[in-house]
Design a protein around this ligand. Structure first.
Ligand SMILES: *[C@@H]1O[C@H](CO)[C@@H](O)[C@H](O)[C@H]1NC(C)=O
Ligand SMILES: *[C@@H]1O[C@H](CO)[C@@H](O)[C@H](O)[C@H]1NC(C)=O
Ligand SMILES: *[C@@H]1O[C@H](CO)[C@@H](O)[C@H](O)[C@H]1NC(C)=O
Length: 559
């Protein structure tokens, strides 16, 4: 950071003394009005998008968030003064919505949503229950979209806002519908991962199951024959399920609200000017992208936290011996964890030679907390990670914390709970700076061994430091990079980045027509060849027999 600041100062000095020609002070490029909608999501996705919005504001643009009346907590945050807000009427109350989050969290902590089978079951159940039971986690996005598109007052307010661009979470199919209804362009922001099948379907991204692993299968880019077979089959299944899901849910909304009749929802989604995905090749396996798909590491990277480390936490860090401190957090879901499991974690942590700073927002009076462990309701994670006494991070494998641990070059022990966390951990383990544990199959001993291994074996620390150096080598921090790209396509549109594959239909895209044409042409020429040969043969035979019979006649005459 110092280097960057020093450089900026030097440039500023050169600019202002007229030694080099550049834009001094105010950026003279046009400023835009952005509308941001995360589908009514109320957690990590929204927080990521807030960071990107701040990046846009730093560049002089203005940002308005579209919020659901069932979740308006963002209006009361300390940074709310930076943004504008438009609130639409949701058919859910705040309490109903919190009950849904709670149901999701319980599903996570009981392992119901953790496995691939569990997640697929929940998705299918959500699709089947669809309109009957509105209050299921996986129908939340659909309901919110329906409420938003149907709220004439909110839609009027949005139109009045005259926005230049909609920035939307790619998790919901609502943004393409909203953009179409408002007749403005849109950018999609993917908060989780590069999903090979989804991006192939929507964005024509090259997909190759031989080395690009599908999500949720625990595979790396180095697969055996059996794994490649599974990967290929799953990529077909995912493609089918994803299309079905979009068709089932958002296509119905598209019809209901009279948006772009005759255009498939998938095609609408593919019209995004740009697709920013919150990931980076420090974690993701190398794979091809398209020019309009940009990878940007997690948006919290490189941004400093406002709040200082509380006095007691600082004392706890400073007071540790050479073994140092382990940072432990499983996020907010841990409140819904079974007591026996929380006890196991507490006992495992108590065995460690390190001190442990445990972020736990619940009541710990029943847990066997070790005398090396300090439980806190809140901590400034990044400031703690930056402290030299912190030796490793023990967390669920959420993309944010994982990227932050990488940024600070810390080895990692992951206990993935749901969604992309399993895949993140597969990648982190593959890069050699992490160990992954299964919450439902671990004991205090495995916890103890994993933490002591990542702190004692030098390879974990070395790989973490190297990965950190790669991540820090970028010229821009993720939010500034995302903001740059969003402003870029707002200025120029995304046409120059859009690959032609998106305008091809299924047959053309897969070259089926070409194969059919080539096969037909091949058959025809072979058939023609045979026909010509036969014809030639027959002619030859005819002339021969004529010749022969002619000779015989001559013979007869001669007799
Ligand atoms: C791929 O995995 C196999 C064993 O599963 C291993 O022998 C091989 O070295 C790996 N290749 C690479 C490039 O890592
Ligand atoms: C935590 O739980 C214990 C017993 O279950 C109770 O006595 C205590 O008051 C609780 N503490 C808080 C802060 O709720
Ligand atoms: C902390 O607990 C360990 C056993 O869990 C014990 O050996 C040690 O003496 C305790 N230390 C203090 C300062 O109480």
């Amino acid at each position: 950071m110092m280097d960057r600041h020093g450089c900026a100062l030097l440039l500023l000095g050169l600019c202002c003394t007229g030694l080099i020609v550049c834009q001094c002070g105010e950026d003279s490029r046009p400023k835009f009005k952005f509308l941001v909608y995360t589908g009514g999501e109320d957690g990590s996705h929204h927080m990521q998008t807030i960071n990107v919005a701040k990046g846009l504001i730093r560049q002089g643009h203005s940002v308005t968030f579209l919020l659901s009346s069932s979740c308006t907590k963002w209006l009361h945050e300390g940074d709310a003064y930076l943004f504008n807000f438009i609130v639409y009427r949701s058919s859910l109350t705040t309490e109903e919505r919190e009950a849904i989050s709670e149901e999701f969290s319980v599903g996570v902590m009981t392992g119901e949503l953790g496995s691939l089978a569990g997640f697929m079951k929940a998705t299918l159940r959500g699709m089947i229950d669809g309109n009957r039971r509105r209050n299921r986690p996986l129908n939340l996005l659909l309901n919110e979209c329906d409420d938003l598109l149907g709220d004439a007052e909110a839609m009027h307010a949005i139109r009045e806002g005259q926005f230049d661009m909609l920035i939307g979470d790619d998790m919901t199919g609502c943004n393409p519908l909203l953009a179409n209804k408002l007749d403005i362009p849109f950018v999609l922001y993917g908060c989780t991962a590069v999903k090979p099948t989804k991006l192939q379907l929507l964005y024509g991204l090259p997909n190759h199951p031989a080395y690009i692993p599908e999500r949720q299968l625990g595979l790396t880019d180095n697969m055996t024959l059996l794994q490649r077979s599974t990967n290929t089959l799953m990529s077909l299944l995912y493609g089918g399920l994803y299309s079905l899901h979009m068709w089932w849910g958002f296509s119905a909304l598209q019809d209901k609200h009279g948006i772009a009749p005759n255009t498939p929802t998938l095609e609408l989604m593919g019209r995004a000017e740009l697709w920013i995905i919150s990931n980076d090749f420090v974690l993701e396996f190398p794979r091809p992208l398209q020019p309009n798909v940009i990878l940007v590491a997690h948006s919290s990277i490189g941004i400093s936290e406002d709040r200082e480390v509380p006095e007691d936490q600082l004392e706890f860090l400073e007071g540790s011996d050479d073994a140092g401190v382990i940072l432990f957090s499983l996020g907010t879901h841990v409140i819904n964890m079974e007591v026996a499991r929380a006890e196991m974690l507490a006992r495992g942590l108590a065995m460690l030679p390190h001190r442990v700073l445990w972020h736990f927002p619940g009541n710990t009076s029943q847990l066997p907390i070790g005398n090396n462990t300090k439980v806190v309701e809140w901590m400034p994670m990044k400031k703690i990670m930056a402290h030299s006494k912190v030796k490793a991070v023990l967390c669920h494998g959420g993309s944010g914390l994982l990227h932050e641990a990488i940024w600070f070059g810390l080895p990692f022990v992951g206990i993935p709970l749901f969604g992309d966390q399993f895949d993140n951990m597969v990648r982190a383990v593959h890069k050699g700076f992490a160990i992954s544990l299964d919450l439902f199959d671990m004991t205090e001993d495995t916890l103890y061994h994993a933490v002591t291994r990542v702190t004692r074996e030098p390879s974990f620390r070395e790989n973490a430091r190297k990965t950190s150096a790669i991540l820090r080598d970028d010229f821009l921090i993720p939010t500034d990079k995302a903001a740059y790209w969003i402003a870029h396509v707002t200025r120029f549109g995304g046409k120059h980045l859009r690959p032609k594959v998106l305008d091809l239909n299924f047959v053309q895209r897969n070259l089926l027509d070409v194969y059919a044409f080539l096969l037909t042409a091949g058959f025809l020429s072979v058939w023609l060849g045979i026909w010509a040969c036969r014809k030639a043969g027959r002619l030859l035979a005819l002339s021969c027999s004529k010749l022969v019979s002619g000779t015989r006649n001559d013979d007869r005459k001669n007799k």
